[in-house]
Write a protein that binds this ligand. Structure first.
Ligand code: CP
Length: 328
């Protein structure tokens, strides 16, 4: 287990200890204040170059990573994959070597292939690599920002600061993750973050959308979805990933919604304080009813906002030690 990502790649959450996770969340907390400044910038990564390589579509993760890097005063090289030489067949290795030759310090990358970020970390061992989602394997910063969001809401409710309350807020917390677990890198990263911090996690999904190796995961599978909703302090919905074949694993979208969607009727079963989460993008009307997504207890917009300080913390810690002007 790694106790700190200082000077390290962030490829997966699976090898991070609770201490390493808490360090990232605490560092993110210190960056929240930067968001409220009129000039939203600190000089921490001045003189450093971050390459943003999204080989798979993204709105939230790409924009928040690029915003985070700019708020830390790094220069950002953003590859528009659709109009790049990737479309002429250039390999991942040649693409990363080319970008490295321009002089970069870190790469934030998303790829449809599980393990692509690990592969890139081997091609450019002198560059810090941050995984922004690889296939159905991992989405580490989504797991971190989801844990950060839950901790922030619980800390507000306990009228304490997130920094002081630390991981204790998660002890005995009931987290229910619902939907397309099989194809979800978010579920894999969320489950590690929540359980490392002390929460108890259940998953609810049709049998075809559970992972084949589910018995090895540190979760229980809910027998009764409605009971699990009443048990939950946090409900995390997952997007039905039709691009990964989920559509053919359920009889129909309507049947998925009627059995595992968070409909208005099911949302009424939740306790009033239960936090509703979704990493986005949402299939409104499929895994979550549009009216439920817009409830005050839905933290979906807050998850997006928290992506920036959490990704600032990730870049700041991971790039620690790459001294250019003595600022970090
Ligand atoms: N949650 C998430 O990864 O969203 P994007 O695909 O828009 O980055």
């Amino acid at each position: 287990m790694i106790d700190s990502i200082r000077g390290q790649n962030l490829l997966t959450l699976d090898d991070l200890s609770s201490r390493a996770i808490v360090e990232i969340l605490d560092t993110a907390e210190s960056f929240v204040e930067v968001q409220r400044r009129s000039v939203k910038k600190v000089p921490a990564l001045k003189g450093h170059v971050v390459a943003s390589l999204f080989f798979e579509e993204s709105t939230r993760t790409r924009l928040s990573f690029e915003t985070a890097a700019k708020r830390l005063s790094a220069d950002v090289l953003s590859l528009a994959v659709a109009s790049s030489s990737v479309k002429k067949g250039e390999s991942l290795r040649d693409t990363i070597s080319t970008i490295d030759a321009l002089g970069i310090d870190a790469v934030v990358m998303r790829h449809s292939s599980s393990g692509a970020a690990v592969q890139v970390s081997r091609y450019v061992p002198h560059v810090r690599v941050i995984n922004a989602g690889d296939g159905q394997h991992q989405h580490p910063t989504q797991g971190l920002l989801d844990a950060f969001t839950v901790r922030q809401i619980l800390a507000e409710r306990h009228a304490t600061s997130g920094l002081e309350s630390g991981a204790e807020l998660f002890k005995g917390l009931h987290v229910l993750i619902v939907g397309d677990v099989r194809h979800s890198r978010v579920a894999r990263s969320d489950i590690h973050a929540y359980t490392a911090l002390g929460a108890e996690v259940k998953v609810a999904a049709p049998g075809t959308l559970l992972a084949p190796d589910m018995t090895k995961w540190p979760v229980t599978v809910a027998d009764d979805f409605d009971e699990a909703l009443q048990w939950a302090d946090v409900v995390g919905l997952l997007r039905l990933q039709r691009e990964r074949g989920s559509g053919s694993l359920v009889p129909s979208l309507a049947e998925f919604t009627s059995t595992f969607g968070l409909t208005v009727e099911r949302a009424r079963m939740l306790r009033p304080e239960t936090i509703i989460m979704h990493p986005g993008p949402m299939n409104r009307g499929v895994e979550i009813d549009s009216r439920v997504a817009d409830l005050p207890t839905a933290a979906i917009a807050r998850q997006v906002s928290n992506g920036v300080p959490v990704r600032m913390a990730t870049l700041f810690l991971s790039m620690a030690g790459l001294k250019k002007d003595g600022s970090i």
